[in-house]
Design a protein around this ligand. Sequence first.
Ligand SMILES: [Zn+2]
Length: 127
Amino acid sequence: MSDIISDTFALQLQQMRSDLLAQIRAQRGGRISRAEAAEDPHALQSGDLNQAYSERDLEQALSERETAELRAIDEALARIAAGTFGVCVDCGADIPTARLHAAPTTLRCIGCQTRYEREHPSATPSL
Ligand SMILES: [Zn+2]
């Protein structure tokens, strides 16, 4: 994947992240200071996601679904930084760009995602 295309997805993901945080902030009346603190780009670049998410306050402030969404976005950004974005985690094939545009946090190509959901019926659907 070219740098230009990766940059496009990075922007899209960062937009999703700030939209999500704005939405949570609106719902909570500003109780997500820890989540915003985790918005530190250095933590993302170092790949230290566990550090960014170890804050108990953040866990308490965000619902499980919001935490999962935020984590999926950050993991996608980390994959862009690592150069592995857009590669299916199961089969290693390139995920079609159209699919990535529709769901930039996706981990799998359509074939593998379908099989994964069949084998893990209770798994969270791809965001
Ligand atoms: Zn695949």
